[in-house]
Each structure stands twice: as C-alpha cells, then as structure tokens.
Ligand binder design. Structure first.
Ligand code: NAP
Length: 471
C-alpha cells in the first residue's frame, strides 16, 4: 500500500519557506505542499527586502521558482492567515503547518521624538523602495540635505547606499518607480550612520562596507578618533576576518578628502541617539550621547552613556535597529523576542504567565503538535538569506521525526474538511495560483525589458491581481 502524502501548509513564501519545501521534497516520502502567502507575489525578502542594486543576491529566486514548479507544490498567493483562512482551517486540512512569515515589523529606539514626521523605520523605507504594496503610499521627504541613519547593520548600509547612489544607476534596477522618482528629486547630500558601539562591534559585512568606496560621486568618511580601539576591541579582531577587514576599510575612509558635489557618507561610532529633535512636529536633528564600551557579564561589549551629548542637525532620521516579528492570529507569540516561541522549530505554547527564554521554551511549555516555525520567525532577524537553508532543514528534521511518531496538526490526520481552494472559493478570495504568479512575473519582466531593467514591478495589490489574472 502506498503511503498517503503528508499534507503540509507553509505560511509565508519567502526564503525560509522555500528552504523548508526544498528539504521536504529532498528528504523523500510522499509530500504535498501548499504555500499560503499574504502578498500576490512570492519570494518574501528576496523581492521586498534585498536592495534593488544587489540583483545578484536576488538570483536565488530561480531556485524558488523551480520548487514552485514541482507537481507536489501549490501556491496560494494573496491569502492572509487570520483574514482569509484561520489556523483552525489549516489544522483541519493539513498534517503539518510551518510558519515562515519572517519579521513583519521593526524594533523601536525608545527615545523621545521617535515618531516625529521625518523619523522612519528602515523597515518601511526598504519596503517602499522595493515596491511592497502596503508601503506604496508611504511618504519620504528627501528634500533635506542631511539624513541620519541609526544602526550599524547591513540594512543601515543598504538604506545609506540607496540614498546616495546615482539615480541613473538605480534606474537600471527593479527599484519601485515611485521611489526612483523621489530619489531623482532628492536633495540629500550627506548621510551619517550612527553606531552605538565601536567599529569593531559593527554588524555590517565587509563587501557591503567596501562598496561605498567604489560608488561614483560618493565619498565615505570616518573620524580617525572614533576608530581608535580599546584593548578588548583590538583583541576581538584576532581571528575575526570580517572585523579585521571592516577596520581596514574604515581606516581607509578616515583619510578621505571629499570633493564638492560628492555625496558624503559618514560613519560615526560610540554614539547613541537619546532624543529625536523637532520643530512643528518635524525632525530637525538628533541629540546623541557619546558612549564608552564596557564588558557585560556574558563577555559581550556593551555601550554605556558618558553623559556627554551633542546635537546633529538633520532633516530625516532612519531607525535601522533591527526587524521584529509580529504576532499571527491563533499562533503563540513571544512578545519579548518578537518570535514564535519554539523548541528548535517545534512551536510551543508558554504556560500561563510564563515567558520563553533563549529561543527555547520556558519550563512547562507545551509543544503544539504538528506546527513548526522556520527562519526569522523562529530565531529572530539575523543572518543572510542562505542562513535559512540550514535553519529550515533543521525544522524539517523534526517534522520527519514527528511524522514517524504520528504527531499531526490538530491532533490527528483529518481529511474531512476538504481542499483549501474550495474554502477560498466559498470566501471569494482572489487567490493567485502558480500560473497567476507566472503571468504576473512575465508582465513585470516584459515591462522591464522595454526599459533595459530586470523588471518593472507592479506596486499595488490590485495591479498585481490584474496582471496575474486572478478572478
Ligand atoms: P542587525 O545586523 O542586527 O543590526 C542592527 C543594528 O542596530 C546593530 O548595529 C545594533 O547595534 C543596532 N542597534 C540595536 N538597537 C539599537 C539602539 N537602541 N540604538 C542604537 N543602535 C541599535 O540588523 P539589520 O541591519 O536589520 O539586518 C538584519 C539581518 O539581515 C542581518 O543579519 C543582516 O546581515 C541581514 N542583511 C544582509 C544583507 C546583505 O547581505 N547584503 C542586507 C541586508 C540585511 P548592536 O550591535 O550594538 O546591538
């Protein structure tokens, strides 16, 4: 007798979801996978997060496209969990459910003035220039001369680069047309990145940092005084290639002589914003405090304020201090860490009054049978796209183990509820299936071809559904 296929719903068609599907398909055993994705278009951060001038990174979408084309895989785009389907609907139809929804929100700075007009979360800015339909109407006034970007990660680097890069070069990418128009009108001549710790603790990677040295019309600068390392930071370079390279690149930037007309990117360290300043509700600057580094109990170097402050005038602030997960209706959520609480990828429900710690579950936490999590929703917003491959494979290992033990979503292998497509038809949801996505993709790339660009994106859900031919 042939074994019935394990029916798996993967919520979220981004990198973590596709790597989970890949592992499920590779590890053998009959499987039927349905992707449930909020937006009409798949690929998550590869489409909406990776910077448009980093097309090489986006080429990984070809791997995802091949997975989508497999007979065992179906695509339910434009279907939102909690609106069009509930977790209960999924439990009644699938043997296993994987939440791979990424991190749909931003961390807050927690300083006064952070909500003034002109102070933005990097998360929104990135989604806007990438044509994410929910941010199509966001407004970024680039009429100011100086922008401050808070944070020292690769997202801060992306934001700074998009702000200073020549619009003519950006016009050869798949950047959203509305963003390109705004960037063409931009008067931004200076961008300052603020790192709360020192240059040896920055979390950006070296190719991203080095790229500023090669951008036409851009002058990267660092202050020599802020590149001096204390003994512990100096010692931390030992055997750490990224940090060592970053230091060398930054020391190179310390000698920069910028010319008139160049857009200046300044890297500052050991400074924290303590207040976003404004006038008539609009950003006029940031009050920053100088920090010193102190070793924490865990050995990690922490920033500690010295009380010495200065005001940095600017017309826009971008807060790039990390993404954060948002709760899914009906799915446990760890408020403190902004993730779905889990044990290695198995979703757990914390006991009443108990939180979870360290990515694992609190004592007494209960495993939710047949439900799993992968990617940023599992471990928090860290790592590059490829990091999700091993992460999702580890979750799939547990799924196989549970399948062998007969542990299923909702407690049993229920099949009576029927197919998800019927439920959506009843609800008159305009689902985009795989063919619909191929149509949408073809339309975008054809529009791109006319302009010698990889694609010209549709940036509203309505346009996307129209192009996909979704009924
Ligand atoms: P990230 O790498 O975690 O960086 C967050 C930055 O915010 C850190 O510098 C952190 O400083 C700082 N920060 C946090 N709280 C702060 C506060 N209250 N005040 C001041 N600074 C604060 O996160 P990300 O840049 O959002 O990137 C997310 C992930 O995506 C990363 O793994 C990144 O490498 C990846 N990514 C990769 C690429 C690429 O490969 N090209 C592009 C974009 C993103 P501390 O270190 O002091 O905490």
């Amino acid at each position: 007798m042939t074994r019935p296929a394990t029916r798996v719903a993967i919520v979220g068609a981004g990198p973590a979801g596709f790597y989970a599907a890949e592992a499920l398909l590779k590890r053998g055993g009959p499987v039927a996978i349905d992707f449930v994705n909020r937006l009409p278009a798949p690929y998550g951060l590869v489409r909406d997060g990776v910077a448009p001038d980093h097309q090489a990174i986006k080429s990984v979408a070809r791997v995802y496209s091949r997975i989508l084309a497999r007979d065992e895989v179906r695509y339910f785009g434009n279907v939102t969990l909690g609106e069009d389907v509930t977790v209960e609907d999924l439990r009644a139809r699938y043997d296993q459910i994987v939440y791979a929804v990424g991190a749909q929100s931003d961390r807050r700075l927690g300083v006064p003035g952070e909500d003034l007009e002109g102070s933005h979360a990097a998360f929104r800015f990135v989604a806007w220039y990438n044509g994410h339909p929910e941010f199509r109407d966001a407004r970024f006034d680039l009429g100011c001369e100086h922008v401050v970007v808070v944070g020292n990660g690769n997202v801060a680097i992306d934001v700074a680069r998009i702000l200073v890069r020549s619009p003519a070069r950006l016009a050869t990418t798949d950047i959203a047309d509305h963003a390109l128009e705004e960037l063409r009108r931009s008067r931004v001549g200076r961008v300052t990145l603020l790192g709360r710790r020192g240059p040896a603790q920055a979390s950006f990677t070296n190719p991203e940092l080095r790229e500023f040295g090669r951008l036409a019309g851009v002058c990267p600068r660092a202050d020599p005084g802020e590149l001096e390392l204390d003994a512990a930071s100096e010692a931390s370079l030992e055997g750490n290639a990224v940090r060592t390279r970053n230091m060398s690149t930054l020391r190179g930037y310390a000698g920069s002589v910028c010319e008139d007309g160049e857009r200046v990117v300044r890297f500052r360290f050991l400074v924290s914003p303590v207040e976003v300043l404004g006038e008539d509700g609009r950003v006029t600057g940031v009050r920053i405090e100088r920090n010193r580094l102190v070793a924490g109990d865990d050995g990690r170097m922490r920033a500690e304020g010295t009380g010495e402050t200065e005001v940095v005038p600017c017309g826009m602030v971008v807060r790039s201090v990390g993404y954060r997960g948002a709760p899914l209706p009906g799915v446990p959520f760890d408020e403190r860490r902004g993730i779905v609480p889990n044990e290695g990828g198995r979703v757990v429900r914390a006991p009443p009054g108990g939180g979870t710690a360290g990515g694992g579950a609190a004592a007494g936490a209960e495993v939710v049978p047949g439900e799993y999590v992968a990617g940023w929703a599992k471990r928090g917003p860290s790592g590059v796209i490829g990091t999700n491959k091993a992460d999702s494979a580890a979750t799939v290992e547990l799924m196989r183990e549970d399948a062998r033990a007969g542990v299923w979503a909702g407690g049993s292998r229920s099949r009576e509820a029927g197919d998800l497509s019927d439920l959506l038809r009843e609800g008159e949801v305009r689902r985009v299936d795989e063919e619909g996505w191929r149509r949408l993709d073809a339309r975008e790339t054809a529009r791109g071809k006319e302009q010698r660009r990889p694609r010209v994106k549709f940036c509203t859900v309505e346009e996307m559904l129209e192009a996909a031919g979704a009924r």
